[in-house]
Design a protein around this ligand. Structure first.
Ligand code: ADP
Ligand code: MG
Length: 229
């Protein structure tokens, strides 16, 4: 396998299929991706084209039928369970269409959740969480619970949580899909600002042509193949 810059992402010959009584159902075929630190790629494609499947495979939430994934020189599928959990916690940030914030915790507590998984949170964790909420424009909301916040504020908090551990890779699956157009644009701009400041790789699934154009590159899933645009 070739190697990219430290912190880079390489996906080679990635395939995902589901067995059926007849021919297997092929969702992804020979996917190739190479992203250096700080680069962004939008994945477009209609519903059901495999965008979420691709992000879930790269995020190790699902296992490929064949192919290779390497992030920062590490093949996550070679790790045993405990090491894989640490890898997922430290190297990857996820944002979904739903915010999945815990309703009983404040926005700041939600942002700090990933630090609890490590056992003893590093000093400065709270400051890092507050700084991220500030950069996402919701510093004044840190003590509020998700139920007291708007959809845009909740999604900003979800982004801050995803970035808390300084992941090498941010996976965003239609992160603005539930927001109105104006709020979606604002949240997307904030996401891209912070992603650039932190040199995080961003892999984004979206239906929005306008959002895709703000990324370094875009590609489209068609008939299970990922084609550059
Ligand atoms: P997108 O995110 O682009 O809307 P998905 O990745 O969610 O697409 O789904 C891609 C395809 O994979 C869909 O046709 C879906 O029905 C199929 N699929 C997802 N999970 C399974 C499964 N467990 N068994 C069979 N097919 C599945
Ligand atoms: Mg999807």
């Amino acid at each position: 396998m070739k190697h990219t810059s430290p912190g880079g992402l390489i996906v080679q010959q990635l395939c995902k299929e589901y067995p059926t009584p007849g021919d297997p159902l092929v969702i992804l075929r020979d996917i190739e991706i190479e992203l250096h630190q700080g680069e962004s790629l939008a994945v477009l494609g209609p519903s059901g084209s495999g965008k979420s499947t691709l992000l879930n495979l790269i995020g190790t939430l699902d296992t490929p039928t064949s192919g290779k994934i390497e992030l920062g020189g590490v093949d996550p599928f070679s790790l045993e369970q405990k090491a894989l959990a640490i890898y997922r916690n430290q190297k990857i940030g996820f944002v979904f269409q739903e915010h999945y914030l815990l309703p009983q915790c404040s926005l700041l507590e939600n942002v700090l959740l990933p630090t609890l998984a490590v056992g003893n949170p590093q000093s400065g964790a709270k400051e890092r969480g507050q700084d991220l909420l500030d950069r996402m424009g919701i510093a004044d909301r840190q003590g509020h619970h998700p139920g007291e916040c708007s959809g845009g504020e909740r999604q900003r908090a979800a982004l801050a949580r995803a970035l808390m551990m300084r992941p090498q890779l941010l996976l965003a699956d239609e992160p603005t899909g539930n927001l109105d157009r104006k709020t979606a644009d604002q949240v997307a701009e904030l996401m891209l600002d912070v992603q650039r400041q932190e040199h995080t790789i961003l892999l984004l699934a979206t239906h929005s042509q306008a959002l895709a154009e703000k990324m370094d590159r875009s590609a489209e899933l068609t008939d299970a193949y990922l084609q550059s645009r």
